[in-house]
Every structure is written in structure tokens, then in C-alpha cells.
Design a protein around this ligand. Structure first.
Ligand code: NAD
Ligand code: UDX
Length: 469
């Protein structure tokens, strides 16, 4: 069995960075080099004061321990490829914006470019590991490209090793994964390559958590896991609409159904809608795959998960407008949280972006506060969401604040879009004193103590609760 001494990871993003930093930490005998074409990103990974390009609890500690020892970040992609025995391909696979499958198929251009680079550069045999989330059978295309371009005496073995970490808990998830999934061809060479990667993970992951399966099952399992997780959220959010219309309470419903051990209590938190770079993209990917396989009903089934999520976001912003006497024109709305979930600075597909766009269209004034998201990122997301508006026009309507208290000053309503822990300890008495009356709170994250806020004088509307404000 080939032993892995040197790993290269192509893509220093949210997955490649933390995943391979943890591999380096747990495997001091392996030299790990993470490469990326993006100079600014690599510079940030190498920054002397550890101002890393992504915010992730525990990540800085891992990088501090391993960087310069056996963990390196570089833009020299070719050198990284040349030296490695095993290469992770952890590049982005966004939804295609144009061409065939636009709006649902995965854009595999970055995967293909990385694969072609490996083929062009490698002069020794490599294990190439698909870490990016890709449609079923992408490994086959990678294998064809690699074999068609390989040099004499150079073998490529392809593995699929999808990543299941969630942002905000990435380091915890990587230290103690529910499972590590490795897919390989069921040939003797494929199985050997698979064992070589298993050996890497065995340095800290118990053997019974390392699952080895066929390549296609591995690729499909990743899409399936995300689709099923997102489907739970859309299911609970669909029920939250019924709760609001009937007076049932979604927290009580979620708790009651979650006690059934077949259902389980996790991932049943009603919200303003799921965000993040994965759920929508991967479901649409599954929808496209199903359509390409002529499985129309299957495609429609999964598409509904995304449709329900869009409905949830729209329903929430409509509730704000309806409650504020059917107009928010010229009214100040404080939006607390811009990241797609707590403990990350990532804003990709964040529900907050959609809500703020809706408020802008109603000509409201919006104050935003988020403890982690860079201001430049907020402006870029809002510009992308409203392409017909200039940045100057957006900035006349929207302000970014440096605290929750500042954001809420002179506002008519507070909207909680992200479940940051610090929002649980807001001094609501002071917030109330600084707001116009009646003062409204719209909780899209089941975060506030409703009774306490009502006692102060707030009118409180919570997702999945339909009682009088
Ligand atoms: P990302 O955009 O943060 O990082 C991808 C990086 O790859 C970028 O820095 C980009 O510059 C680099 N890159 C692209 N093409 C390259 C090339 N040819 N050579 C060198 N570098 C190149 O993306 P991410 O969030 O890390 O996601 C990566 C993959 O992992 C995606 O397929 C995603 O679906 C999957 N995934 C993401 C998460 C998550 O939580 N973000 C979780 C599981 C799986
Ligand atoms: C997800 C998967 O969980 C992870 O396994 C995969 O590798 C990548 O995609 P991520 O998107 O980082 O991870 O975060 P996750 O915790 O799954 O949350 C996704 C979205 O769903 C967030 O907007 C979150 O707020 C929302 N969510 C989550 C809910 O609205 N309710 C819940 O009960 C759980």
C-alpha cells in the first residue's frame, strides 16, 4: 500500500483550509501544503498576526500549532502538485450562472482546471481525491482527463472523500467527525488508494467511523446528506407557517416530534430560511442530475425544498411589512445578523440578504449589525442582490453599525436574522428606550425571551408563533 508522506490541497477556502490544517495538526509526519490561485487568500493564511481569511472558532489555534511545522500555504500550485503523493481537490463548485443547466447544474470548470493542471504537472503517481461536492460520476470525468494526459509511468488513482463539516463548528466536526466517507473504484488499485487515505484519517478518527464505499455512492451520499438536512428545515419551516396561522407554537411542535427517536431532535429549528453555500446549490445539483436522468418526479420532489425556503424568506419579510401597518417606506429597520448562521463570517446565500433587499424595495431605511462580517462583503452582497441599484443609492438607504444597540437606535423594528449568541444578552431595556414606538421585534431565529420583551413594552413577532403581538 502506498504511504502518504506529502499532501497537497488545491483550494484554500472554507473546506480546504480547515480540513487540511487539521490533517497537518493530527499527522505531524505528513507535510501538508495548501495551494490557491488567490494571492490575497494565501497571504491571509500566512499573515504573521494570524488574521486568517475565514472566521471559524478554534481554527487559529490549529494553524498556530501547525503552520511552518508541517503546514504550508502557497500560490505555487505546480510545486504543490509535483511534490505530493496525495492531492485533495477542494475548489469551489458553484451553481452555473449561464449556459446549459444555468441556475441548477454545478459549474465544474474549477474542478476541471485543477484536474488538468495535475495532469500537466505530475511526473510521478498520485492519489487524486475529490473533496469538492460534485455531481455523481464526476470522478469518472476526472479519471478520463488524467489518463488522457498522463506521462509515462505516472498512475492516477481517484478517490471521493466528501466533506461534511458545517461552518461555525468546522474544527469540532473535523476533530470528531460523525463519519469520514471514502469512495473508490472497487479494483485492487482503487482499494489500495482508499486504504492509503484511511491510514491518514486513522491518526485521529476511530476506524469504525471511516466508511469505505464505491465512488458513485460516495459522490451521491454527499448530495443526499445535504438534501435531507435541508429538507428537514423546509419541513419545519412549512409547519411554522401553519403554527402562525393557527396559534400552535413551532418550538413545542419541534420538541414533540423530535422526541420520537426515529425522527430525532436535531436540525428542527424553524428559521427565516436556510442559507450557506451548500444546501441550495447541492439540492439544485441533485435536481439537475435527476432531470438529466429523466427522473422528473424525483427532480420536482427535491426542488420543493428550495421553493419552500424561498417562500419562508418572502413570508417573513411580508410579515414585517404587514405588521408595520402595511408600509415600511421611510421607516428604520434594524437587522441584527448578516451571516448565514452564527459563528461564521460567511454570507453566501444568507437569508439576511433577501430580507434586506425586500426592505429596500419597500423603501425602508435599514441598519445592519453583524459581529463578524466584513463591511465590504455586505456592500458587495447587497449590490449583487439589487443589480439595478448603484452602490450610492444602496448606501443612502442602508447603514452598517458597530453594535446592536447602535443599529436599533431610532428604529421602528428590530429583525433578528442570525442567531449570534451575543443577541441573547442584548440590553433590551436600553434598546426599547432608543426606539420609536410602538417598538417591534421580529425574531427569525427563536432567540429572544418573548415574555421578557413584552414586559418591557415591545410588540414581538416570532417565527412559528401566531399569537397576538
Ligand atoms: P471556497 O470558494 O471558499 O474555496 C475554493 C478555493 O478554491 C478558492 O479560494 C479558489 O480561489 C480556489 N481555486 C479555484 N480553482 C482553483 C485552481 N484551479 N487552482 C487553485 N485554487 C483554485 O469554497 P469552499 O466553501 O471551500 O468549498 C469548496 C468545495 O467544498 C465546494 O465544492 C463545496 O460545495 C464543498 N463543501 C463546502 C462546505 C462549506 O461549508 N463551505 C462544506 C462541505 C463541502
Ligand atoms: C451544511 C451541512 O450541515 C454540512 O454537513 C455540509 O458539509 C455543508 O452544509 P453549513 O451550511 O455550514 O453546513 O451549516 P448548517 O449548520 O447546516 O446550516 C445551514 C443553514 O441552515 C443555516 O442558515 C442555518 O441557520 C440553517 N438551519 C440549520 C436552520 O434554519 N435550522 C436548523 O435547525 C439548522
Amino acid at each position: 500500500m502506498p504511504r502518504v508522506n506529502k499532501i497537497c490541497c488545491i483550494g484554500a477556502g472554507y473546506v480546504g483550509g480547515p480540513t487540511c490544517a487539521v490533517i497537518a495538526l493530527k499527522c505531524p509526519h505528513i507535510r501538508v501544503t495548501i495551494v490557491d490561485l488567490n494571492q490575497a487568500r494565501i497571504d491571509a493564511w500566512n499573515s504573521p498576526d494570524f488574521h486568517l481569511p475565514i472566521y471559524e472558532p478554534g481554527l487559529e489555534d490549529v494553524v498556530r500549532k501547525a503552520r511552518g511545522r508541517n503546514l504550508f500555504f502557497s500560490t505555487d500550485v505546480d510545486k504543490g502538485i509535483q511534490e505530493a503523493d496525495l492531492i485533495f481537490v477542494s475548489v469551489n463548485t458553484p451553481t452555473k450562472k449561464s449556459g446549459v443547466g444555468a441556475g441548477s447544474a454545478a459549474d465544474l470548470n474549477y474542478v476541471e482546471l485543477a484536474t488538468r493542471r495535475i495532469a500537466a504537472i505530475a511526473t510521478s503517481s498520485k492519489i487524486v481525491v475529490e473533496k469538492s461536492t460534485v455531481p455523481c460520476r464526476t470522478a469518472e470525468s476526472m479519471r478520463i482527463i488524467l489518463e488522457a494526459n498522463s506521462k509515462p509511468n505516472t498512475r492516477f488513482d481517484i478517490l471521493s472523500n466528501p466533506e461534511f463539516l458545517a461552518e461555525g463548528t468546522a474544527i469540532k466536526d473535523l476533530f470528531a467527525p460523525d463519519r469520514v466517507l471514502i469512495g473508490s473504484l472497487q479494483t485492487s488499485e482503487g482499494k489500495e488508494a482508499c486504504q492509503a487515505l484511511c491510514e491518514v484519517y486513522r491518526n485521529w478518527v476511530p476506524n469504525d467511523k471511516i466508511l469505505t464505499v464505491g465512488l458513485w455512492s460516495s459522490e451521491l451520499s454527499k448530495l443526499a446528506a445535504n438534501a435531507m438536512l435541508a429538507q428537514r428545515i423546509s419541513s419545519i419551516n412549512a409547519l411554522s407557517a401553519i403554527c402562525e396561522a393557527t396559534g400552535a407554537n413551532i418550538d413545542e411542535v419541534a420538541h414533540s416530534i423530535g422526541q420520537d427517536s426515529r425522527i430525532g431532535s436535531k436540525f428542527l429549528r424553524a428559521s427565516v430560511g436556510f442559507g450557506g453555500s451548500c444546501f441550495q446549490k447541492d439540492i439544485l445539483n441533485l435536481v439537475y442530475l435527476s432531470e438529466s436522468l429523466n427522473l422528473k418526479e424525483v427532480a420536482e420532489y427535491w426542488k420543493q425544498v428550495v421553493t419552500m425556503n424561498e417562500y419562508q424568506k418572502r413570508r417573513f419579510s411580508k410579515r414585517v411589512v404587514d405588521t408595520l401597518f402595511n408600509t415600511i417606506t421611510g421607516k428604520r429597520i434594524a437587522v441584527l445578523g448578516f451571516a448565514f448562521k452564527a459563528d461564521t463570517g460567511d454570507t453566501r446565500e444568507s437569508a439576511a440578504i433577501t430580507l434586506i433587499r425586500d426592505f429596500q424595495e419597500e423603501r425602508a431605511l435599514v441598519n445592519i449589525y453583524d459581529p463578524q462580517v466584513e463591511h465590504s462583503q455586505i456592500w458587495s452582497d447587497l449590490s449583487e442582490a439589487s443589480p439595478s441599484m448603484s452602490l450610492e443609492t444602496i448606501q443612502r438607504q442602508v447603514s452598517i453599525c458597530s453594535s446592536a444597540l447602535e443599529a436599533c437606535r431610532n428604529a421602528e423594528a428590530v429583525v433578528i436574522a442570525t442567531e449570534w449568541a451575543e443577541f441573547k444578552t442584548i440590553d433590551w431595556q436600553s434598546v426599547y428606550a432608543g426606539m420609536n414606538k410602538p417598538a417591534f421585534v421580529f425574531d427569525g431565529r427563536l432567540l429572544v425571551n418573548v415574555e421578557e420583551l413584552r414586559a418591557i413594552g415591545f410588540k414581538v413577532a416570532v417565527i412559528g408563533r401566531g399569537e397576538r403581538l
